[in-house]
Design a protein around this ligand. Structure first.
Ligand code: PA5
Length: 396
């Protein structure tokens, strides 16, 4: 279960001017069609696709050592966020999930080739457009590796292509080579695609229950998401132009990366928007903490807190370590409020599939609603396209 606490650590705000927008925006989400299929979980993924993913992932889990996920932006961040949040700290599961294509480091790719040389590898290349440079480069290199290692029949079992059903060079490549492929729904953009084939195959291969993830998402907390979006919009209109996604559990590091993409790419346009940053406490209390408490007060925080049962008593007055971590969430928020820094707190009672599904969908709703409140299109990314165009031109 997740719970949202918008009021404890904020100065009083009058959100009444937003009231008449609540039903209008809900109508937009329900009745418009452009890039909104993520709003209806049944349009994210069909039962047939869930079964295909479950069957594929079962075979992959039995047979492979390393599952390579090649993609960038929305084509990998959501899966990485969920896998890391549900994973362990010090041991790697089998199969090990490794991400590539999300950077242009030659050394990374080179070391990756060394690392997987003698391992049993399956590769999932993910790109909606099929034309993203970073993904293409990593896939070209890793495809050559797969071809040098396995015969034609084996290759067909070792490459899974996740892309548009009809368009793009990756779709052409998959059809031409008779490869196993999964379709990305046409009306869902990258950063809203974690609950589609894009995120669900890697998550299932990592051993997590995708049905529970989807059932969490179906809870559809529209009212809470709307309130959170209004609080953000209000703060933005009162000079708070930076939102810190603050977490107190190291497993949420990639989740905060996904949040940065979701909000940054959905709302940062037309010279408007809140800059999303992330903060890992209590580590960053000893670095960014100084700025939050005492620096330019342009920030507000959205905190993801965990209400976990304690395991380890600390040496401090017999408090459990987890209780001290929870107390830190509250006391830091109180301290920041004294400096005029507001906080929204979202508590999870544990890190499990259902809670993460609910949280993902909550933030997707908030990002879309926030885009409408800001009067920008939350579903395009003209700024990202611009660098792609220039880099591709330079490479011609
Ligand atoms: O949210 C988005 O649409 C982007 O971040 C894309 O996910 C990213 O640019 C990768 O695009 P593609 O899946 O087409 O390779």
């Amino acid at each position: 279960m997740i719970s949202l606490d918008f009021i404890s650590f904020q100065q009083h705000k009058d959100l009444s001017k937003y009231e008449d927008k609540k039903e209008k925006i809900k109508d937009l989400l329900t009745n418009s069609h452009e890039m909104l299929d993520w709003y209806d979980i049944d349009k994210c993924i069909t039962e047939e696709e869930i079964i295909k993913i479950e069957t594929l992932s079962e075979t992959i889990r039995k047979e492979c050592d390393v599952f390579l996920v090649i993609g960038i932006g929305g084509s990998f961040l959501g899966a990485k966020a969920v896998i890391e949040a549900l994973g362990t700290y010090f041991t790697s599961n089998k199969p090990e999930i490794i991400f590539a294509g999300n950077n242009l480091s030659e050394e990374y790719l080179n070391k990756l080739l060394d690392y997987i040389r003698d391992k049993n590898v399956v590769l999932n290349v993910i790109s909606k457009s099929g034309d993203t440079l970073e993904t293409k480069i990593a896939f070209n290199i890793l495809y050559k590796f797969i071809k040098s290692k396995y015969n034609q029949e084996e290759i067909k079992k070792r490459i899974i292509v996740t892309t548009d059903a009809t368009n793009g060079s990756l779709r052409w490549f998959a059809n031409e080579n008779n490869l196993v492929s999964l379709n990305i729904p046409k009306q869902i953009g990258g950063r809203f695609s974690v609950l589609t084939t894009v995120g669900l195959l890697p998550i299932a291969v990592a051993g997590y229950n995708i049905r529970k993830l989807l059932s969490g998402a179906r809870k559809n907390n529209y009212d809470s998401a709307f309130k959170y979006a209004c609080v953000r919009d209000y703060l933005y209109n009162h000079g708070k132009v930076v939102e810190s996604f603050t977490y107190y559990e190291p497993k949420l590091s990639s989740f905060s990366e996904w949040l940065k993409q979701l909000f940054g790419e959905s709302q940062g346009k037309n010279k408007k928007g809140i800059l999303p940053i992330s903060c890992f406490n209590t580590q960053d209390l000893h670095s960014l903490g100084q700025f939050y408490q005492d620096g330019n007060p342009i920030i507000f925080e959205t905190i993801i807190g965990l209400k976990q049962k304690g395991i380890l008593p600390s040496s401090i007055n017999n408090y459990m370590v987890s209780d001290i971590n929870s107390l830190a969430v509250e006391k830091v928020a109180q301290a920041h409020l004294l400096a005029g820094i507001d906080s929204n707190i979202i508590y999870l009672d544990s890190l499990n599939e259902e809670n993460l599904g609910e949280l993902i969908y909550f933030f997707e709703l908030a990002a879309a609603i926030g885009g409408y409140l800001l009067d920008v299109n939350p579903f395009d990314q003209p700024g990202v396209n611009e660098y792609k165009r220039l880099l591709n031109e330079a490479l011609k």
